[in-house]
Design a protein around this ligand. Structure first.
Ligand SMILES: NC(=O)c1ccc[n+]([C@@H]2O[C@H](COP(=O)([O-])OP(=O)(O)OC[C@H]3O[C@@H](n4cnc5c(N)ncnc54)[C@H](OP(=O)(O)O)[C@@H]3O)[C@@H](O)[C@H]2O)c1
Length: 247
């Protein structure tokens, strides 16, 4: 087992939902955790509850300047980071026929390029941590939408398929350095993700929730905590976590 008390973690998407639940579990297990998202007030509230080894870093993963400034603050506070969880993401219903380029761009910039910005910022840390004998993890929160087609969500699905493929490629690049890469694909999970949809999109998710029974963000956090606390020679590289009734 890897002791989480000695980990220096960064969790994006920590203002709500899955990212907040992962940050909470890691902090409760004793890790130092940088909570990352745009809403600094939410992050500060959560950090206030989790204690002095956690702190909020308000940044926008779609802006390189914002990421650079936030990463500098994280390095100042944590030194070398050995655990990065990319959970920041956005899901918009953008049927291809509607041609909503702004929504497509927002999803690609957040779900794919945003992850790449964090990967670029912290890969040297992960390699250095592993070289020093520490356990080093990169965890990407993709989606079952990487494999299953949801009408109207082509671009969201495409960003997640790309992220799943990126994770596999990164694992090939980083495993020689003893850096683990875990790609986790959740199914329906009860979070704020659907709140960015219009009322018909929200109704659809609500009816899926009713029929299937959504997972809790804490269920996904349990899986991440399990994966990153294995001994460093074991890499759970691809995990699909679905509600039992989600086919
Ligand atoms: N819920 C599901 O059913 C489900 C299923 C499969 C996969 N997922 C994936 O799980 C991840 C977490 O989503 P969630 O379900 O927990 O939804 P959520 O509650 O809406 O969380 C999304 C998080 O991302 C942050 N975020 C969004 N845009 C950002 C940006 N430009 N820069 C920095 N942070 C940003 C948000 O905080 P701010 O608004 O403060 O920035 C928020 O903390 C996403 O990648 C999502 O695609 C969710």
């Amino acid at each position: 087992m890897t002791d989480l008390q000695i980990r220096n973690a960064v969790v994006t998407g920590a203002a709500s939902g899955i990212g907040a639940a992962i940050a909470t579990q890691l902090a409760e297990a004793g890790a130092a955790v940088a909570l990352v998202a745009r809403r600094q007030d939410r992050l500060d509230d959560l950090a206030g509850k989790l204690g002095p080894r956690t702190f909020g870093v308000g940044l926008d993963v779609t802006s390189q300047d914002s990421v650079d400034a936030g990463v500098a603050r994280i390095h100042e506070r944590l030194g070398t980071v050995d655990l990065v969880v990319n959970a920041a993401g956005v899901m918009l219903a953008a049927p291809v026929a509607d041609g909503r380029l702004d929504d497509w761009t927002r999803m690609i910039d957040t779900n794919l390029t945003g992850v790449l910005r964090l990967v670029q910022a912290f890969t040297p840390d992960l390699i250095a941590a592993a070289a020093a004998g520490r356990t080093a993890d990169l965890v990407n929160i993709s989606s079952i939408g990487a494999h299953v087609v949801f009408p109207g969500y082509a671009v969201y699905g495409a960003t997640k398929a790309a992220l799943t493929h990126l994770s596999a490629s990164l694992r090939a690049d980083l495993s020689p350095y003893d850096v683990r890469v875990t790609n986790l694909e959740p199914g329906l999970t009860d979070t704020e993700l659907a709140t960015h949809l219009d009322s018909s999109g929200q109704d659809l998710i609500a009816s899926m929730n009713e029929q299937i029974g959504a997972l809790h963000a804490e269920d996904i956090a349990d899986v991440v905590t399990f994966a990153v606390s294995r001994r460093r020679e074991l890499n759970l590289r691809q995990i699909i976590a679905l509600p039992t009734r989600q086919a």
